[in-house]
Ligand binder design. Structure first.
Ligand code: HEC
Ligand code: HEC
Length: 140
């Protein structure tokens, strides 16, 4: 049985640094994101963070803390997004807070829904219920 000392968590110094950062973000000074930064993000994430590309997530209306966490993980290379590689390298913690605050405050545009496959829909609803997805992601 491994002793307590042998349990390595977090797995790397980098992960540890990122975790420390996540906790310190709350105290970072809020500021406005620059227009240049915003237009760069919107080139992929869509106007006001409402994505128009199938494999790019919308940022509009997502919880601020989720956006902050993801941006830190992306910047530190712990979440690997090839198309965003290097993009957040020089972005400071206060800038991350500002970007997250901006996109979180935008109104998400409802996408036109396609044709619903009732069998798949009901199976998804049932699975979400039994696997308790809503405990973290909220009911809707
Ligand atoms: C070249 C295109 C591109 C640019 C520019 C870009 N992103 Fe991204 N971003 C992506 C893609 C694609 C993903 C999702 C990758 C995946 O599938 O995991 C992503 C993921 C994210 C996520 C995680 C969202 C989620 O729901 O998991 C955040 C937050 C984010 N980007 C913020 C930004 C910000 C802020 C900027 C501007 C500083 C930016 N991105 C610029 C393409 C881009
Ligand atoms: C214990 C909390 C928890 C539960 C339960 C949970 N999730 Fe998640 N989920 C998360 C977190 C936290 C993330 C963000 C992880 C990351 O990007 O690093 C996430 C991310 C996701 C994403 C990616 C979203 C994005 O924008 O990148 C999808 C899709 C998802 N979850 C679906 C589900 C489904 C479906 C279920 C139920 C089967 C589920 N989750 C259950 C916490 C949870």
């Amino acid at each position: 049985m491994p002793s307590r000392k042998q349990v390595n968590f977090p797995r790397s110094r980098r992960a540890l640094a990122a975790v420390a950062l996540l906790y310190s973000l709350g105290s970072a000074q809020a500021q406005q994101p620059s227009a240049a930064q915003l237009s760069l993000c919107m080139a992929c994430h869509g106007p006001q963070g409402n994505s128009q590309m199938a494999t790019t997530p919308s940022l509009a209306g997502q919880p601020q803390v989720f956006l902050e966490n993801q941006m830190v993980l992306i910047r530190e290379g712990l979440r690997d997004i090839p198309v965003m590689k290097g993009l957040l390298d020089k972005v400071t913690d206060p800038e991350i807070v500002a970007l997250a605050s901006y996109f979180s405050a935008q109104t998400p545009v409802r996408q036109p829904s396609g044709t619903v496959d009732n069998i798949v829909y009901l199976r998804g609803q049932q699975t979400a219920r039994t696997m308790l997805c809503a405990t973290c992601h909220l009911p809707d």
